[in-house]
Design a protein around this ligand. Structure first.
Ligand SMILES: *Cc1c(COP(=O)(O)O)cnc(C)c1O
Length: 235
């Protein structure tokens, strides 16, 4: 019998260490342990690793490149995984991503919203969770919508068939303490909730800053290397 990759004890150990870290940070923040959804970011890793994670009870996985995500989603269809797209998404790839993605965390412009909006004839009953990616730096070259564009982008998602506005997403900038950046993100989340009270999710927190994100109210953690180990070089 083939030895399953899920037999890798190091992977199981890292996953439980992160789950324990999340539990500790949640208690410290006075939040319940199920206040957050753990998304394991598996970019650059082979499908076998995602399969092993599924064997360990992981249900939510994150990818940041369309072709790689599409191939893995196809290969692992039937495992009941929810695919979260967390990377830059080209407008011309949006419709394809909409076929496998349960959630898109990187919605940063109105043209992308228009490209993602599925007609009911195209995907009956399917709704994609939409997070607005907010740029927490002053550098427009970083991913995300500038804060002054939040309301217009949110309105666009609210009007888009096939998309459900869930909330905001951000990556903490390297040049400031994550707690300060996540505090600003919480304020942007308030602005989105003012437009739609149900859009109250916050996607924030990675390997090195998830405790700060939990303290600032994150609901969706995107954690990669702490669980998967070092990423292979992108191909
Ligand atoms: C890679 C990536 C992550 C995970 O990063 P780690 O530091 O490995 O936890 C989270 N969010 C996004 C947008 C990413 O691209």
């Amino acid at each position: 019998m083939a030895v399953e990759a899920s037999a890798d004890p190091a992977l199981a150990d890292r996953l439980s260490a992160v789950r324990e870290g999340i539990a500790v940070a949640s208690r410290a923040a006075g939040r319940g342990e199920d206040a957050t959804t753990l998304i394991v970011v598996t970019k650059f890793h082979p499908a076998a690793l995602v399969r092993a994670l599924a064997g360990l009870g992981v249900r939510d996985v994150g990818e940041n490149r369309h072709q790689e995500a599409q191939a893995k989603a196809e290969e692992l269809a039937g495992l009941g995984l929810r695919w979260h797209f967390v990377g830059q998404l080209q407008t011309k790839k949006a419709r394809q991503a909409a076929r496998y993605a349960a959630a898109i965390h990187s919605i940063d412009r109105e043209r992308l919203v228009d490209a993602l909006a599925l007609g009911p004839e195209e995907a009956p009953g399917r709704v994609i969770d939409a997070f607005l990616q907010i740029n927490l730096t002053d550098d427009p070259g970083r991913g995300g919508v500038a804060p002054e564009g939040i309301e217009a982008l949110a309105e666009r998602v609210l009007q888009a068939p096939g998309l459900r506005l869930r909330g905001v997403m951000a990556v903490a900038p390297l040049e400031e303490p994550p707690a300060a950046a996540f505090a600003r993100l919480a304020g942007y989340s308030d602005r989105v909730r003012a437009l739609d009270p149900a859009a109250d999710r916050i996607s924030a927190g990675m390997t090195h800053d998830y405790a700060e994100a939990i303290a600032a109210g994150a609901t969706h953690l995107r954690i990669g290397s702490a669980i998967t180990g070092k990423r292979p070089e992108p191909r």
